[in-house]
Structure formats: C-alpha cells, structure tokens
Design a protein around this ligand. Structure first.
Ligand code: DGP
Length: 115
C-alpha cells in the first residue's frame, strides 16, 4: 500500500470518488477522464499493483470483479449494446496507476484498434 497511490487515497476516503458500487473487497467509481459515456474503474481494496502481481488464491477476486462489471453494465443500460473491459498491465501495457483496476467502457461504438 502506498499513500501516494491515487487509488489508495480514494479507497481510504482521503480523495473523493464518484462511486457506483462498494463492498468489503472492491470499489467502483467513474473515471476522472472518461473516454465514453460509461467509464467506470473497478478496484480491489487490497493493494495489488498489477495483474502481474496477482497471487494464487486471488482468482476468485478477479472473477467477482468481472462479474460486478457485468452487473454495472446492466445498471448503466449498456449490457445489450456491448461494452469493453480493459486491464492495462505495466508500462508497455499503458498502466498509469500502480494499483490493479478494470476499466468498464461503453455507451458508444468503440474503435476496433487494440493498440
Ligand atoms: P490506467 O492507464 O489503466 O492505469 O488507468 C488509470 C485511470 O485512472 C485513467 O483512466 C484515469 C483514472 N484516474 C486517475 N486519477 C484519477 C482520480 O483521481 N480519480 C478518478 N476517478 N480517476 C482517476
């Protein structure tokens, strides 16, 4: 855990977030720089720096985060139209915030490019 990580500060309540879901193991809030009308970040409360830092035993946590993204897509009214889940990992993967997160993006036709 690091006090200079913005997601740590949002999880701890020091920095406000536009929350759409919280429970004991994860939070979900709107991205400050949305690329579509729905752009939500799902973040485990436990500090895990990236996908590469996942440990055995955390598979179900990731499954629950994906499942929650599916529920939020329904809540946002984009489930039937489709959406994208993105997990950036490390510098070349485009990860900027060093705390594992899943982007839920939708509400418009997304570009086909994958990088
Ligand atoms: P990534 O490149 O996958 O590490 O994406 C990090 C995302 O976090 C990026 O889309 C912008 C978002 N973000 C950064 N700082 C804040 C913040 O203070 N609040 C919110 N809501 N989102 C933030």
């Amino acid at each position: 855990m690091s006090a200079d990580c913005i997601f740590f500060r949002i999880i701890s309540g020091e920095v406000p977030g536009d929350f759409v879901y919280t429970d004991e193991e994860m939070i979900a809030f709107r991205d400050i720089n949305p690329v579509a009308s729905t752009h939500i970040l799902l973040v485990p409360r436990e500090h895990i720096a990236s996908v590469q830092d996942l440990r055995p035993g955390q598979e179900n946590l990731m499954g629950r985060i994906i499942f929650r993204a599916r529920e939020l897509a329904e809540q946002e009214g984009i489930a039937s139209r489709g959406y994208r889940l993105v997990v950036n990992c490390g510098p070349e993967g485009g990860q900027v915030v060093p705390h594992l997160h899943v982007h839920l993006i939708g509400g418009r036709r997304l570009n086909d490019k994958m990088g």
